[in-house]
Design a protein around this ligand. Structure first.
Ligand code: SF4
Ligand code: SF4
Length: 169
């Protein structure tokens, strides 16, 4: 079994090297057949990996990504926002009907932790989205996040091993 990699610098570097290989993995997963069977395997691997990683010691997603925020979620954050409301609105960039934060790292990341944790957007709660149904539909996003999130990185590598071992049988 591939060893877990947690070092963010190594993960970012490997993401460039593995870029083509990850798209090949997507092709292999598409031809793998029944999506429900793939979901079962991928979700099991993703959970095993996530259980071994402490997000409070990472927070890389909060540093380099910006979540999608609905207008309802903007209101939810405002319930605990300590600053001026207009100042907060200036930190938001409209994205269609939703918003994202203009700057990164996220303004709510304090000492490596989310300071609005109980009021954080769904996109933050769900990230890195590996548990969502129809794994293959999320693959483009997972490949984009492979160099950012250790959970995604290690899950895709274990999945790659799994596919190889199945095709050898
Ligand atoms: S709101 Fe919280 S969980 Fe979401 S990006 Fe900001 S710090 Fe991270
Ligand atoms: S979800 Fe991924 S990138 Fe975000 S803190 Fe957890 S391991 Fe790090």
């Amino acid at each position: 079994m591939t060893e877990m990699v947690l070092d963010l610098v190594e993960i970012k570097k490997k993401a460039q090297i593995d870029w083509n290989s990850n798209w090949k993995l997507k092709e292999a997963l598409i031809s793998y057949g029944d999506g429900k069977h793939l979901d079962k395997i991928a979700h099991k691997i993703a959970k095993e990996v996530a259980d071994k990683i402490d997000c409070t010691k990472c927070a890389n997603c909060c540093r380099v990504m910006s979540p999608q925020i609905t207008s309802t979620e903007v209101e939810t954050i405002l319930e605990v926002y300590e600053g001026d409301e207009n100042t907060f609105f200036k930190t938001l960039k409209p994205m269609g009907d939703d918003f994202e934060f203009r700057s990164r790292p996220c303004q709510f990341l304090k000492d490596g932790l989310c300071s609005v944790y109980s009021h954080r957007p769904y996109d933050c709660q769900s990230y890195p989205h590996l548990h969502q149904p129809n794994f293959i539909e999320g693959m483009d996003g997972f490949i984009e996040n492979y160099g950012v999130c250790p959970i995604v990185f290690n899950t895709l590598n274990r999945l790659r091993d799994e596919i190889k071992s199945i095709s050898r049988k």
